[in-house]
Design a protein around this ligand. Structure first.
Ligand code: E4P
Length: 241
């Protein structure tokens, strides 16, 4: 949990590097882990289940989200059951649609009926937020991952989408449903997410590292920046003639 001023937000690490998961999961500051098939591929993961098992072990009982990827909705349910069976703290990431654009509402409802924890992922639009909320029941353990960075890529303010979801969830008595600011692009997103009242932000390790700069002296940071330029120009042996 990260506290600043009067705000607080849970911090999840988003990635698929096992060493980094092992290290960060031990940190009190980190409340959970998220990953996805793209991050796994980028990290060189070749066997999904070997990675998933190791990641669950490394997670120290903290929340860990693992994603299904079948386009067939029945197979998606089977994959979710297997992933959920890896540990009590597993949230199964169900994309809001399959890759053919078919809604996955039936999958989400079925899994929630089986008391499987879900992380509804790749949520970008207002109508998708509405659809997520329609699928939830009072006892559902679920996350809604709003892909803020990808929303921002289109020129829109992602905070408005989180705010919309918070308002829609109000008075619904969904006590175990939390919103995730996903697709985090920079450390300032952590402050934006906390200020708007988002429960969780998931961020890559290189962004989490920068939280230590909170309230850092800007003149000192300026000096360190110039020192970096100097050190690099010296190391490169540059001259301007
Ligand atoms: C969240 O759970 C996702 O893994 C992640 O934030 C995706 O972000 P991207 O937009 O960088 O792919």
């Amino acid at each position: 949990m990260f506290n600043f001023d009067t705000h607080k937000i849970k911090i999840f690490t988003d990635g698929a590097n096992l060493d980094s998961i092992i290290k960060l999961a031990k940190d009190d500051f980190i409340d959970g882990i998220t990953t996805n098939p793209t991050l796994m591929r980028r990290s060189g993961v070749t066997n999904y289940m070997t990675f998933a098992n190791s990641a669950v072990k490394a997670s120290q009982g903290k929340s860990i989200s693992l994603e299904v990827f079948s386009d067939n909705l029945d197979i998606m349910i089977d994959q979710a059951r297997i992933l959920s069976g890896l540990g009590k703290s597993v949230y199964v990431k169900i994309p809001i649609t399959n890759s053919q654009g078919e809604p996955t509402s039936s999958v989400i409802k079925q899994l929630l009926n089986e008391n499987i924890k879900v992380n509804i992922t790749a949520v970008l639009s207002y109508s998708q937020i509405d659809e997520c909320i329609r699928n939830l029941q009072g006892n559902s353990f679920a996350y809604i991952s709003i892909f803020a960075g990808r929303i921002a890529d289109t020129g829109l303010n992602p905070s408005l989408f989180i705010d919309y979801a918070i308002n829609k969830l109000k008075d619904k008595h969904l006590n175990n449903v939390e919103l995730i600011w996903a697709s985090t692009r920079e450390v300032y997103n952590i402050y934006e997410a906390a200020k708007v009242g988002c429960n969780i932000i998931t961020a890559p390790p290189e962004i989490i590292k920068k939280i230590k700069l909170y309230n850092y002296d800007l003149n000192k940071l300026s000096l360190e920046t110039v020192q970096m330029f100097k050190s690099d120009s010296d190391s490169a042996g540059y001259s301007i003639n």
